[in-house]
Design a binder for this molecule. Structure first.
Ligand code: CP
Ligand code: NVA
Length: 292
């Protein structure tokens, strides 16, 4: 059966731990990686901009001995130039796995239903499972374990927050979302929610920030700037957290909006290492999906 990664819940806890172990092995001993993806081709179709997701996947593919092929969304025009199913059946013959970054989660789901190679969600409006994998890898590296850790996500109950909430639940950690009323999770996401950012960080091991306006929500930007203003991660909020608490951000950041520069550039912030971990987590993922 072809495995896909559309949501982090497509993986079991056991599979996640195995991927994190593999990712650490690749990071710590790159000289032992070899060329497990020799002769394999990764296809990427991105409807939205990206630095980290595109570059880390292409880099991982090449570092494992494979190659990659990138299309911007406008070129392929998923679901418009041809049906999702026709695209999926045809592209599956050219590549060994595909990464899609889409506006609507249904696009990546529809492609996965018809594809005969693994389909990886490189971010949809609903989920960002590859980010969640790298987030877990980062937390485990920083603290040595995942079970019992608490992540305070400050801001929008968006794709990144939602995937991280499920990821935390899978590994025995927990996520508390501090957000304005009306911007929380739909029912079914395993997370406590509050409107009080200071209360949320009080017991946190990790304080997590992401943009207030996600790609595709640009028309709401002015309203969101106003509503989310009390949810900025700044030195004042950090002072309410335990001294050991670290700051994470999936990047790109809007400095001075959801997070201040002094915090993002400060000694407690691991966002750059976190971004680096995207490559190791996804190298492990590609190897697991493609090399049986
Ligand atoms: N964090 C993340 O997915 O970054 P990009 O949008 O640059 O890929
Ligand atoms: N929530 C953001 C994450 C970007 C990596 C977005 O969807 O734009």
């Amino acid at each position: 059966m072809t495995r896909h990664l559309l949501e982090i819940t497509d993986l079991t806890a056991h599979e996640i731990h195995r991927l994190l172990d593999d990712a650490d092995r690749i990071r710590l001993a790159p000289q032992n990686v070899g060329t497990p993806l020799a002769g394999r081709l990764l296809g990427l179709v991105f409807e939205k901009p990206s630095l980290r997701t595109r570059a880390s996947f292409e880099s991982a593919a090449v570092r494992l001995g494979g190659a990659s092929l990138f299309f911007s969304g406008g070129e392929v025009n998923l679901g418009v130039r041809e049906s999702y199913e026709d695209f999926a059946r045809v592209f599956s013959q050219y590549v060994d796995a595909m990464v899609l970054r889409v506006f609507s989660h249904e696009t990546v789901a529809a492609v996965a239903r018809a594809a005969t190679v693994p389909v990886i969600n490189g971010l949809s409006d609903l989920a960002h499972p590859c980010q969640a994998l790298a987030d877990l890898l980062t937390i485990r590296q920083e603290f040595g374990s995942l079970a019992g850790k608490t992540v305070a996500f400050i801001g929008d109950g968006n794709n990144v927050a939602r995937s991280l909430a499920f990821a935390c639940a899978l590994v025995g950690a927990k996520l508390i979302l501090a957000r304005p009323a009306g911007y929380g999770f739909a029912p079914g996401v395993p997370a406590r929610q509050t409107t009080d950012a200071r209360a949320a960080v009080r017991t946190a091991d990790v304080i997590y920030s992401d943009v207030w306006t996600s790609m595709g929500q640009e028309a709401e930007r002015v309203e969101r700037l106003r509503v989310f203003a009390p949810y900025q991660v700044n030195s004042d909020l950090l002072a309410a957290a335990p001294p050991h608490a670290l700051v994470m951000h999936c990047l790109p950041a809007h400095r001075g909006e959801e997070i201040t520069s002094d915090v993002l550039d400060g000694p407690r912030c691991v966002a750059v290492r976190q971004a680096g971990n995207r490559m190791y987590a996804q190298a492990a993922l590609l190897q697991w999906l493609l090399v049986k």
